[in-house]
Each structure stands twice: as C-alpha cells, then as structure tokens.
Ligand binder design. Structure first.
Ligand SMILES: *Cc1c(COP(=O)(O)O)cnc(C)c1O
Length: 222
C-alpha cells in the first residue's frame, strides 16, 4: 500500500477548499504517521476506545474528527481534544456533548447527521426531526456546542445516479437550513459527504469535507 501515492492521487481530484479527512480506524499509529508526514492533519476515527488509545501517541497538531455513532457515556473521553463530531443525530446526544464541553471549558463543533440513504441501518435525522431539533428551546439554550453543518452517508450501491441524487438532496437541505436557521452564522459552513467509493460525486454535488479510509490506507482488517 503506497499511502503517499494514494494521497497524491486523491488530492488531484480534491479542490483546495474541500477538506480531506483521513479515516484511520483499524489502522495502526505507524500507518497514520505516513499520512501525517505526507502533510495531512485531519484524521477521523469511529470508535472512542480506539481514538483515545491512539491520540496520546500521535502529534498534537492533528485535528481529530469523530465520525462514528457516539454513545453519551463515552463523550467525556474525547471532549478535551476532539475537533469535530460528525454524526450527531439527536438532541439527547447534543445535550450530552454540551455538558462535557462545558466541563472541559470549551466549545465543541458538531455536524448533524441526516438520513439520506434508502437503508434502514444508517443513522441520521429526517428533515422533520432536524427542523424540530433546531427549533427546540433546549437546543437553543446550549452554549458549548456549535453546529458547523450537516453530514450524510449515501446508500451503498453501484447506482451512481442514486448516490448523486442523495448527495444533491443533502446539499439542497444544507442550503435551506443555512438560509433559514444560520444565515447570520458563518460557522455553519460544512457539508460532510463522500467516502472512498463516492467522493468524486460528493464533491461535484457540493461536499466541503470528504471522509476517506480505504482509498488511502487499503482494506481494513477487522
Ligand atoms: C469508515 C468510514 C468512512 C471511510 O470509509 P471508506 O469507504 O474506507 O473510505 C467514512 N465515513 C464514515 C462515517 C465511516 O465510518
């Protein structure tokens, strides 16, 4: 696996204003360091235990993205250092993040995950749930979380047009939500969509953050 070459190849397809999150789950620290030495600073993990085992052994200037499903009882382990939490899909989790962020004396940026795939298994809010959350008084009272945008995962399918349609839907929802709820807030600016198989489509449809594991580091060994 030539990590440096893989990153170079991906970089050729990624505009400068789109952030590349290198997804390092199941990969050891030495592998992560290869991407770091190639200049990458945004890394993503999806399990808290794994993230907190690796983080102390890796450089301080890495921005850690939590991209998995977050259990409320584990937030405290990452609240000190996590840079962005991508998969928030309930007010309950958001309140728990707010609580731990307050204890840590910081503001934690989060993305709200939207259910865009036609699969039962993927997490995420429906459009109505999203709007209800954004209008909830409890949400409006949270001081230590900031909503930096939306995140979504397309259906796992070979049907490129279906994937494109799902990303297009998420982008239009993002624009609508920005206009109606965050028009004064420049910090609502990220649309996290696109993985190894579909990141080129995601970029064409307006992604600002792609989360790539396999295309950089090869297949994961579970
Ligand atoms: C694992 C994972 C990725 C990376 O997937 P690849 O197909 O390996 O690029 C992206 N996003 C999330 C939420 C993940 O869990």
């Amino acid at each position: 696996m030539n990590i440096i070459r893989n990153i170079q190849e991906i970089r050729e397809h990624v505009p400068k204003d789109v952030k590349l999150i290198c997804v390092t789950k199941f990969h050891p620290e030495a592998t992560i360091m290869e991407a770091y030495k190639a200049g990458e600073r945004n890394f993503g993990e999806s399990r808290v235990q794994e993230l907190i085992a690796k983080q102390p052994n890796l450089p301080d200037d890495i921005r850690w993205h939590f991209i998995g499903h977050l259990q409320t009882n584990k937030i405290k382990f990452i609240a000190d250092f996590v840079s962005l939490i991508h998969g928030v899909d309930s007010l309950r989790v958001l309140k728990a993040i707010n609580r731990e962020a307050e204890k840590a004396g910081r503001m934690i940026e989060c993305l709200l995950q939207i259910h865009i795939a036609d699969e039962q298994t993927k997490f995420g809010l429906t459009v109505n749930e999203l709007k209800a959350l954004l209008e909830d008084d409890e949400f409006l009272s949270l001081k230590n979380v900031k909503i930096a945008g939306l995140m979504g995962m397309a259906t796992f399918t070979d049907d490129r047009e279906q994937v494109r349609g799902e990303f297009r839907f998420l982008k239009s929802l993002f624009d609508e939500i920005k206009q109606n709820y965050f028009s004064e807030e420049e910090s609502f600016c990220e649309l996290s969509m696109g993985m190894s198989e579909d990141y080129k489509i995601a970029i064409e449809e307006g992604s600002t953050m792609i989360r790539i594991g396999t295309a950089i580091f090869g297949e994961r060994e579970y």
